[in-house]
Design a protein. Structure first.
Length: 116
């Protein structure tokens, strides 16, 4: 999902607080994907740019909150923003969410994790 406004990558990085970085472990995320470890994946996901990007586009946090309230197991901003994604294993939840969120947001797309 994407709000109407985008985020300048340069500005998001300029606002990044280097003392508060959590440094999500991309290798651990990849290992969870390869091992089909869904709970492990959820616990290891993160995006240090999310809070700084949300300073410029507060809707990012609104989209994340909407996805979690709807029942998604995890929701995060992708990359430097402003696209947000939700994760769930419930296909019916995804289909219901698409129907609801397409009326609220300008871009909503169903995707899936592919086998590598």
């Amino acid at each position: 999902m994407k709000p109407k406004r985008g985020v300048s990558t340069k500005r998001a990085f300029e606002q990044l607080n280097l003392l508060q970085l959590t440094h999500p472990d991309a290798r651990a995320v990849q290992a969870c994907l390869m091992a089909n470890d869904y709970p492990g994946l959820l616990s290891r996901m993160g995006n240090d740019l999310q809070s700084s990007a949300a300073l410029f586009v507060p809707e990012i946090e609104l989209l994340i909150t909407d996805l979690k309230k709807f029942g998604f197991d995890q929701a995060l901003m992708s990359g430097s923003g402003s696209t947000v994604f939700g994760i769930t294993q419930d296909e019916n939840l995804v289909n219901r969410a698409i129907s609801v969120f397409q009326r609220r947001y300008p871009f909503v797309k169903k995707t899936k994790i592919i086998d590598i």
